[in-house]
Design a protein around this ligand. Structure first.
Ligand code: SAM
Length: 231
């Protein structure tokens, strides 16, 4: 079963962007994933092909019209489409690795990219859009956020990552940040690889990695730890 993404955007040329390369690029070539970018402007009805208008109540910027966006959503996602409809939005629930895994297990997603001040609230409610944020900062448009979400989803699809284990041991998958990594040369600018990692003692290596993972999580992301594990 392939993962089918339809992205509604004012900048369809931004897709597949970096996802045309490397692991995701190969998944696209194999047909394990499809990304269709559809221009919201194609659903405008006036002769200027306008998609936005001034905010009700006044204020800066423009707002994407609900009627144009709803027509676009209905055209790409008929009522029997079981794919979730996402709206990239800084007001949304923060994207987590758990939600990424859930999305990857489903048939795909319809992803709306906002621009300007965002989209009219009524279309969010009328089309049951799930608002998703990629972090506490404001981008100029939803496209880089959609590419980020798709990147995270595609890499966990079955068969996309070469070594299946390399997905499950990573940051957030274990509930903690991952331990540091080292490779050759043995000495780099007077810094050595920690001796335990070259000892061949697999139990000691595992224990070191777990301790480092916990140390980093406590220092940088104590919010990820259970209350009894916090400092
Ligand atoms: N006025 C909005 C606010 O203050 O919440 C910001 C609008 S932003 C300039 C334009 C579009 O970029 C948004 O509609 C959304 O699609 C996208 N965007 C910006 N930051 C984002 C984030 N952190 N996560 C997801 N999408 C984001």
């Amino acid at each position: 079963m392939s993962f089918r993404a339809t992205v509604l955007t004012l900048y369809p040329d931004m897709f597949p962007g970096h996802l045309g390369h490397s692991l995701a690029g190969r998944a696209l070539e194999r047909g394990d994933v499809s990304i269709e970018a559809v221009n919201i402007r194609d659903f405008a009805t006036d002769r200027h092909r306008s998609v936005d208008d001034t905010p009700a109540g006044g204020g800066a910027g423009m707002v994407i019209r609900p009627d144009v966006l709803a027509t676009a959503i209905d055209a790409v996602s008929p009522r029997d489409d079981s794919r979730p409809r996402l709206l990239m939005s800084p007001r949304g629930r923060p994207l987590t690795q758990a939600r990424v895994r859930e999305l990857a297990e489903g048939p795909g997603a319809v992803i709306v990219c906002g621009r300007f001040e965002g989209v009219d609230q009524r279309v969010i409610e009328a089309r049951d859009l799930e608002e998703v944020s990629i972090g506490d900062y404001v981008l100029s448009g939803g496209e880089p956020a959609a590419l980020t979400l798709l990147d995270a989803v595609i890499r966990v699809l079955p068969g996309v990552m070469g070594n299946a284990q390399s997905g499950t041991q990573e940051s957030f998958e274990t509930g903690q940040l991952e331990h540091p990594h080292y490779t050759r040369p043995q000495v780099f600018e007077d810094r050595e690889i920690p001796a335990v990692l070259t000892s061949g003692n697999h139990k000691a290596i595992e224990a070191w990695r777990e301790a480092e993972s916990l140390r980093l999580t406590r220092a940088r992301r104590p919010d990820l730890l259970e209350p009894d594990e916090t400092p």
